[in-house]
Write a protein that binds this ligand. Structure first.
Ligand code: HEC
Length: 114
């Protein structure tokens, strides 16, 4: 009895943890992106301009974020050469949160805060 209670408590704790972990945050993006200048990755105001709308960006995220569909990487060799870095970030943070990620990027550019 005591053992199963502990298990239930542990499972509830895990569920609470994964619920928090699954919310999209731009926190990790800041390591490589800024709003108005290129860092490791392109400035997000340029990204927003290149895609035009969060729907268009979400669509590219949802179709697997293929390098040839990426507006910046497909037109700028310097960034194309680093596409695999961004693919890793996509797999870790964006996959499963495509709409939220696109919304967060456009909201950040609009508000001036990441
Ligand atoms: C380790 C560095 C790094 C991190 C962290 C990172 N990015 Fe990137 N990002 C890049 C690089 C390099 C590029 C350029 C290559 C490319 O566009 O594929 C890029 C490009 C992009 C593009 C433009 C894609 C295109 O070519 O049109 C978007 C959108 C983007 N990142 C969103 C994000 C979001 C959202 C996060 C946070 C979840 C994030 N990035 C985190 C390095 C990073």
């Amino acid at each position: 009895m005591r053992k199963s209670l502990k298990l239930v408590a542990a499972a509830a704790g895990l569920m609470a943890f994964s619920a928090t972990a699954s919310a999209f945050s731009t926190g990790p993006c800041k390591a490589c992106h800024a709003l108005d200048h290129d860092v490791v990755g392109p400035a997000w105001d340029r990204v927003a301009k290149a895609y035009g709308s969060e729907e268009a960006l979400a669509k590219v995220f949802k179709s697997g974020f293929k390098v040839e569909d990426r507006k910046i990487a497909s037109s700028e060799p310097k960034f194309k050469a680093q596409a695999s870095t961004m693919t890793g970030m996509y797999n870790n943070y964006i996959k499963g949160h495509e709409d939220d990620a696109a919304k967060a990027l456009f909201a950040a550019v609009k508000s001036g805060k990441m």
